[in-house]
Design a protein around this ligand. Structure first.
Ligand code: XMP
Length: 325
Protein backbone atom coordinates (compact mmCIF):
# COMPACT_ATOMS: atom_id res chain seq x y z
CA UNK A 1 0.00 0.00 0.00
CA UNK A 2 1.28 3.44 -0.92
CA UNK A 3 1.39 5.69 2.11
CA UNK A 4 2.84 8.85 0.61
CA UNK A 5 0.57 11.77 -0.17
CA UNK A 6 0.35 12.11 -3.96
CA UNK A 7 2.10 15.24 -5.27
CA UNK A 8 -0.89 15.83 -7.54
CA UNK A 9 -3.12 16.37 -4.50
CA UNK A 10 -3.37 20.15 -4.07
CA UNK A 11 -3.89 21.58 -0.62
CA UNK A 12 -7.60 21.76 0.15
CA UNK A 13 -8.01 25.22 1.65
CA UNK A 14 -11.37 26.40 0.35
CA UNK A 15 -14.85 25.14 -0.41
CA UNK A 16 -14.31 24.75 -4.16
CA UNK A 17 -11.29 22.55 -3.63
CA UNK A 18 -13.20 20.57 -1.01
CA UNK A 19 -16.09 20.00 -3.43
CA UNK A 20 -13.65 18.95 -6.13
CA UNK A 21 -12.03 16.43 -3.76
CA UNK A 22 -15.42 15.10 -2.70
CA UNK A 23 -16.54 14.56 -6.28
CA UNK A 24 -13.38 12.64 -7.09
CA UNK A 25 -13.40 10.63 -3.86
CA UNK A 26 -17.06 9.66 -4.29
CA UNK A 27 -16.33 8.32 -7.75
CA UNK A 28 -13.27 6.41 -6.57
CA UNK A 29 -15.22 4.85 -3.70
CA UNK A 30 -18.07 3.86 -6.01
CA UNK A 31 -15.66 2.34 -8.53
CA UNK A 32 -13.91 0.33 -5.85
CA UNK A 33 -16.83 -0.75 -3.68
CA UNK A 34 -19.50 -1.30 -6.33
CA UNK A 35 -22.55 -2.84 -4.67
CA UNK A 36 -20.64 -4.23 -1.70
CA UNK A 37 -21.14 -3.20 1.89
CA UNK A 38 -18.73 -1.18 4.01
CA UNK A 39 -18.58 -1.30 7.80
CA UNK A 40 -17.35 1.69 9.81
CA UNK A 41 -16.82 2.36 13.50
CA UNK A 42 -18.33 5.79 14.05
CA UNK A 43 -17.12 7.39 17.26
CA UNK A 44 -18.42 10.87 16.49
CA UNK A 45 -14.90 12.28 16.25
CA UNK A 46 -14.00 14.55 13.33
CA UNK A 47 -12.18 11.91 11.29
CA UNK A 48 -14.67 9.06 11.55
CA UNK A 49 -17.57 11.49 11.04
CA UNK A 50 -16.12 13.01 7.86
CA UNK A 51 -15.19 9.56 6.57
CA UNK A 52 -18.74 8.34 7.25
CA UNK A 53 -20.35 11.36 5.57
CA UNK A 54 -18.16 10.86 2.49
CA UNK A 55 -19.00 7.15 2.32
CA UNK A 56 -22.72 7.88 2.78
CA UNK A 57 -22.57 10.27 -0.16
CA UNK A 58 -20.88 7.60 -2.24
CA UNK A 59 -22.75 4.42 -1.29
CA UNK A 60 -25.70 5.46 0.91
CA UNK A 61 -27.20 2.60 2.89
CA UNK A 62 -24.42 0.23 1.87
CA UNK A 63 -22.36 1.95 4.53
CA UNK A 64 -23.11 0.39 7.90
CA UNK A 65 -21.99 2.59 10.77
CA UNK A 66 -21.50 1.05 14.19
CA UNK A 67 -21.48 3.44 17.12
CA UNK A 68 -20.23 1.85 20.32
CA UNK A 69 -21.15 3.65 23.52
CA UNK A 70 -18.43 2.42 25.88
CA UNK A 71 -19.72 4.54 28.73
CA UNK A 72 -16.67 6.80 28.58
CA UNK A 73 -18.16 9.33 26.19
CA UNK A 74 -19.01 12.91 27.07
CA UNK A 75 -22.48 14.00 28.04
CA UNK A 76 -25.00 13.58 25.18
CA UNK A 77 -22.27 12.52 22.76
CA UNK A 78 -24.04 9.36 21.55
CA UNK A 79 -27.26 11.32 21.16
CA UNK A 80 -25.50 13.83 18.90
CA UNK A 81 -24.05 11.06 16.73
CA UNK A 82 -27.51 9.52 16.34
CA UNK A 83 -29.12 12.92 15.66
CA UNK A 84 -26.63 13.85 12.96
CA UNK A 85 -26.15 10.53 11.23
CA UNK A 86 -29.37 8.62 11.69
CA UNK A 87 -31.83 11.48 11.75
CA UNK A 88 -30.19 14.02 9.43
CA UNK A 89 -28.01 12.01 7.07
CA UNK A 90 -30.33 8.99 7.08
CA UNK A 91 -27.38 6.67 7.75
CA UNK A 92 -27.58 2.95 8.30
CA UNK A 93 -26.47 3.16 11.94
CA UNK A 94 -26.23 0.47 14.59
CA UNK A 95 -26.03 1.76 18.16
CA UNK A 96 -24.45 -0.53 20.73
CA UNK A 97 -24.83 0.21 24.41
CA UNK A 98 -21.76 -1.48 25.91
CA UNK A 99 -21.47 0.72 28.99
CA UNK A 100 -21.77 -2.00 31.62
CA UNK A 101 -19.50 -4.34 29.73
CA UNK A 102 -16.65 -1.82 29.66
CA UNK A 103 -17.12 -0.79 33.28
CA UNK A 104 -17.06 -4.45 34.36
CA UNK A 105 -13.78 -5.07 32.57
CA UNK A 106 -12.27 -1.91 34.03
CA UNK A 107 -13.35 -2.57 37.59
CA UNK A 108 -10.43 -2.09 40.00
CA UNK A 109 -7.89 -1.45 37.23
CA UNK A 110 -5.61 1.43 38.22
CA UNK A 111 -2.68 1.34 35.85
CA UNK A 112 -3.17 3.85 32.98
CA UNK A 113 -1.71 1.78 30.15
CA UNK A 114 -3.62 -1.31 31.30
CA UNK A 115 -6.82 0.75 31.30
CA UNK A 116 -6.08 1.95 27.77
CA UNK A 117 -5.34 -1.57 26.56
CA UNK A 118 -8.54 -2.97 28.09
CA UNK A 119 -10.61 -0.21 26.49
CA UNK A 120 -8.91 -0.75 23.12
CA UNK A 121 -9.29 -4.54 23.24
CA UNK A 122 -12.87 -4.44 24.44
CA UNK A 123 -13.71 -1.98 21.69
CA UNK A 124 -12.32 -4.34 19.07
CA UNK A 125 -14.17 -7.30 20.64
CA UNK A 126 -17.52 -5.48 20.64
CA UNK A 127 -17.00 -4.26 17.09
CA UNK A 128 -15.86 -7.70 15.84
CA UNK A 129 -18.87 -9.39 17.46
CA UNK A 130 -21.16 -6.99 15.66
CA UNK A 131 -19.30 -7.47 12.38
CA UNK A 132 -19.74 -11.26 12.62
CA UNK A 133 -23.49 -10.82 12.99
CA UNK A 134 -23.66 -8.96 9.70
CA UNK A 135 -23.54 -10.79 6.40
CA UNK A 136 -21.77 -9.95 3.21
CA UNK A 137 -19.49 -7.17 4.36
CA UNK A 138 -16.41 -6.84 2.26
CA UNK A 139 -14.87 -3.56 3.32
CA UNK A 140 -13.89 -1.80 6.51
CA UNK A 141 -13.99 1.98 6.28
CA UNK A 142 -11.54 3.91 8.42
CA UNK A 143 -11.07 7.60 9.09
CA UNK A 144 -7.29 7.38 9.00
CA UNK A 145 -5.75 10.77 8.21
CA UNK A 146 -2.26 11.69 7.01
CA UNK A 147 -0.80 12.61 10.42
CA UNK A 148 -1.88 9.13 11.69
CA UNK A 149 0.30 7.60 9.00
CA UNK A 150 3.20 9.98 9.70
CA UNK A 151 3.07 9.61 13.48
CA UNK A 152 2.00 6.03 13.93
CA UNK A 153 4.52 5.57 16.72
CA UNK A 154 3.35 7.31 19.91
CA UNK A 155 4.37 7.35 23.53
CA UNK A 156 0.93 6.24 24.67
CA UNK A 157 -1.04 3.36 23.17
CA UNK A 158 -3.38 5.33 20.87
CA UNK A 159 -5.97 3.00 19.46
CA UNK A 160 -8.18 2.67 16.44
CA UNK A 161 -9.91 -0.34 14.91
CA UNK A 162 -6.64 -1.46 13.33
CA UNK A 163 -6.33 -4.72 15.23
CA UNK A 164 -9.42 -6.65 14.12
CA UNK A 165 -9.19 -10.47 14.24
CA UNK A 166 -7.85 -12.09 11.10
CA UNK A 167 -10.99 -14.09 10.32
CA UNK A 168 -12.67 -10.77 9.61
CA UNK A 169 -10.85 -10.45 6.40
CA UNK A 170 -11.99 -6.98 5.34
CA UNK A 171 -10.33 -4.86 2.72
CA UNK A 172 -9.58 -1.40 4.08
CA UNK A 173 -11.06 1.70 2.57
CA UNK A 174 -9.53 4.93 3.84
CA UNK A 175 -10.83 7.81 1.74
CA UNK A 176 -9.24 10.66 3.74
CA UNK A 177 -5.87 9.08 4.48
CA UNK A 178 -3.83 11.68 2.56
CA UNK A 179 -5.50 14.65 4.19
CA UNK A 180 -4.33 16.90 7.00
CA UNK A 181 -6.74 17.82 9.76
CA UNK A 182 -7.63 21.28 8.39
CA UNK A 183 -8.42 19.67 5.04
CA UNK A 184 -10.58 17.02 6.69
CA UNK A 185 -12.52 19.88 8.31
CA UNK A 186 -13.00 21.63 4.95
CA UNK A 187 -14.38 18.37 3.54
CA UNK A 188 -16.68 17.93 6.55
CA UNK A 189 -18.15 21.42 6.16
CA UNK A 190 -18.58 20.98 2.42
CA UNK A 191 -20.43 17.71 3.12
CA UNK A 192 -22.82 19.62 5.36
CA UNK A 193 -21.71 18.28 8.75
CA UNK A 194 -22.47 20.63 11.68
CA UNK A 195 -19.76 23.20 12.44
CA UNK A 196 -19.66 21.98 16.03
CA UNK A 197 -18.85 18.44 14.96
CA UNK A 198 -16.24 19.50 12.42
CA UNK A 199 -14.46 21.84 14.83
CA UNK A 200 -14.79 19.57 17.82
CA UNK A 201 -11.84 19.59 20.18
CA UNK A 202 -9.66 16.46 20.20
CA UNK A 203 -10.99 13.66 22.38
CA UNK A 204 -8.95 10.56 23.23
CA UNK A 205 -10.15 7.11 22.16
CA UNK A 206 -10.25 5.89 25.79
CA UNK A 207 -12.45 8.91 26.45
CA UNK A 208 -13.29 9.99 29.98
CA UNK A 209 -11.62 6.77 31.16
CA UNK A 210 -8.21 8.50 31.26
CA UNK A 211 -9.70 11.48 33.10
CA UNK A 212 -11.27 9.39 35.81
CA UNK A 213 -7.79 8.88 37.25
CA UNK A 214 -7.06 5.51 38.85
CA UNK A 215 -9.70 2.79 39.11
CA UNK A 216 -12.87 3.93 37.33
CA UNK A 217 -16.08 4.04 39.35
CA UNK A 218 -19.53 5.05 38.17
CA UNK A 219 -19.61 7.81 40.78
CA UNK A 220 -16.38 9.49 39.68
CA UNK A 221 -17.14 8.93 36.01
CA UNK A 222 -20.39 10.86 36.47
CA UNK A 223 -18.47 13.67 38.18
CA UNK A 224 -16.05 13.83 35.23
CA UNK A 225 -18.93 13.81 32.73
CA UNK A 226 -21.02 16.47 34.48
CA UNK A 227 -18.14 18.83 35.22
CA UNK A 228 -16.85 18.44 31.64
CA UNK A 229 -20.30 19.43 30.36
CA UNK A 230 -20.33 22.54 32.58
CA UNK A 231 -16.81 23.51 31.51
CA UNK A 232 -17.65 23.14 27.82
CA UNK A 233 -20.89 25.07 28.23
CA UNK A 234 -19.18 28.01 29.95
CA UNK A 235 -16.23 28.01 27.54
CA UNK A 236 -18.62 28.14 24.59
CA UNK A 237 -20.82 30.84 26.15
CA UNK A 238 -17.75 32.99 26.81
CA UNK A 239 -15.98 32.42 23.50
CA UNK A 240 -13.10 30.54 25.13
CA UNK A 241 -13.73 27.53 22.89
CA UNK A 242 -12.05 29.58 20.15
CA UNK A 243 -9.04 30.39 22.34
CA UNK A 244 -8.24 26.96 23.75
CA UNK A 245 -7.31 23.89 21.72
CA UNK A 246 -8.54 21.43 24.30
CA UNK A 247 -10.26 21.74 27.68
CA UNK A 248 -11.66 19.17 30.04
CA UNK A 249 -11.85 18.07 33.65
CA UNK A 250 -10.06 15.37 35.62
CA UNK A 251 -11.13 13.66 38.82
CA UNK A 252 -8.36 11.89 40.76
CA UNK A 253 -9.17 9.07 43.15
CA UNK A 254 -8.58 11.18 46.25
CA UNK A 255 -10.88 12.74 48.78
CA UNK A 256 -10.05 15.85 50.74
CA UNK A 257 -11.71 17.32 53.79
CA UNK A 258 -14.38 19.98 53.38
CA UNK A 259 -17.42 21.40 55.12
CA UNK A 260 -21.10 21.37 54.16
CA UNK A 261 -24.05 22.44 56.33
CA UNK A 262 -21.64 22.78 59.26
CA UNK A 263 -20.55 19.17 58.92
CA UNK A 264 -17.18 17.78 57.97
CA UNK A 265 -17.10 16.15 54.53
CA UNK A 266 -14.64 14.01 52.62
CA UNK A 267 -15.24 14.42 48.93
CA UNK A 268 -13.46 14.32 45.57
CA UNK A 269 -11.96 17.34 43.80
CA UNK A 270 -12.15 18.37 40.17
CA UNK A 271 -9.22 19.62 38.13
CA UNK A 272 -9.77 21.97 35.19
CA UNK A 273 -7.27 21.57 32.35
CA UNK A 274 -7.38 24.02 29.45
CA UNK A 275 -4.51 24.13 26.99
CA UNK A 276 -3.49 25.65 23.72
CA UNK A 277 -1.46 23.69 21.20
CA UNK A 278 -0.76 23.33 17.52
CA UNK A 279 -0.30 19.60 17.18
CA UNK A 280 -0.38 18.26 20.77
CA UNK A 281 3.38 17.71 20.90
CA UNK A 282 3.64 20.71 23.22
CA UNK A 283 1.03 22.75 25.04
CA UNK A 284 0.71 26.06 26.86
CA UNK A 285 -1.94 27.20 29.30
CA UNK A 286 -3.38 30.62 28.36
CA UNK A 287 -5.13 32.54 31.11
CA UNK A 288 -8.76 31.81 31.90
CA UNK A 289 -10.32 35.10 33.12
CA UNK A 290 -10.92 34.82 36.85
CA UNK A 291 -14.57 35.82 36.64
CA UNK A 292 -15.25 32.96 34.26
CA UNK A 293 -13.31 30.52 36.44
CA UNK A 294 -15.35 31.61 39.44
CA UNK A 295 -18.60 31.05 37.56
CA UNK A 296 -17.45 27.59 36.49
CA UNK A 297 -16.39 26.75 40.04
CA UNK A 298 -19.73 27.88 41.46
CA UNK A 299 -21.71 25.87 38.93
CA UNK A 300 -19.64 22.73 39.49
CA UNK A 301 -19.91 22.90 43.28
CA UNK A 302 -23.65 23.62 43.09
CA UNK A 303 -24.71 21.28 40.29
CA UNK A 304 -22.48 18.25 40.77
CA UNK A 305 -22.68 15.94 43.78
CA UNK A 306 -19.65 14.45 45.53
CA UNK A 307 -17.08 17.25 45.17
CA UNK A 308 -15.88 19.96 47.50
CA UNK A 309 -12.98 21.59 45.61
CA UNK A 310 -12.14 22.84 42.11
CA UNK A 311 -8.48 23.19 41.06
CA UNK A 312 -6.81 24.46 37.90
CA UNK A 313 -3.88 22.69 36.27
CA UNK A 314 -1.53 25.27 34.72
CA UNK A 315 1.23 22.86 33.73
CA UNK A 316 2.65 23.18 30.22
CA UNK A 317 3.64 20.20 28.10
CA UNK A 318 6.45 19.33 28.66
CA UNK A 319 7.01 18.42 31.45
CA UNK A 320 3.32 17.44 31.86
CA UNK A 321 1.34 15.66 29.18
CA UNK A 322 -2.06 17.02 28.19
CA UNK A 323 -4.00 14.12 29.70
CA UNK A 324 -3.21 12.97 33.22
CA UNK A 325 -2.97 9.32 32.31
P1 XMP B 1 -0.91 13.71 25.75
O1 XMP B 1 -1.63 13.37 27.00
O2 XMP B 1 -0.06 12.57 25.24
O3 XMP B 1 -2.04 13.93 24.67
O4 XMP B 1 -0.14 14.99 25.84
C1 XMP B 1 -1.81 14.43 23.38
C2 XMP B 1 -3.14 14.47 22.64
O5 XMP B 1 -3.57 13.14 22.34
C3 XMP B 1 -4.81 12.87 22.96
N1 XMP B 1 -4.73 11.50 23.48
C4 XMP B 1 -5.25 10.42 22.87
N2 XMP B 1 -5.93 10.29 21.72
N3 XMP B 1 -6.12 7.97 22.09
C5 XMP B 1 -6.37 9.06 21.34
O6 XMP B 1 -7.03 8.93 20.30
C6 XMP B 1 -5.43 8.02 23.26
O7 XMP B 1 -5.19 7.01 23.90
C7 XMP B 1 -4.96 9.32 23.66
N4 XMP B 1 -4.26 9.75 24.71
C8 XMP B 1 -4.12 11.09 24.59
C9 XMP B 1 -4.96 13.90 24.05
O8 XMP B 1 -6.32 14.16 24.38
C10 XMP B 1 -4.27 15.10 23.45
O9 XMP B 1 -5.12 15.78 22.55
Amino acid sequence: MNDVRPVSLERIDNKDKALEFIEKAVKEIQDEVGNNKVLLALSGGVDSSVCAALLIKAIGKNLICVHVNHGLLRKDESKQVIDTFKNELNANLIYIDAQDRFLDKLKGVKEPETKRKIIGKEFIDVFAEEARKLDGIKYLGQGTIYPDILESKGIKAHHNVGGLPEDLNFSLIEPIKYLYKDEVRQIGLALGLPYKMVYRQPFPGPGLGVRCVGAITKERLEIVRETDAILRDEFEKNGLDKVFWQYFTIVPDYKSVGIKDNKRTEEYFVVIRAIDSVDATSASTPEIPHAILTKIRDRMLKEVNGINRVLVDISPKPPATIEWE
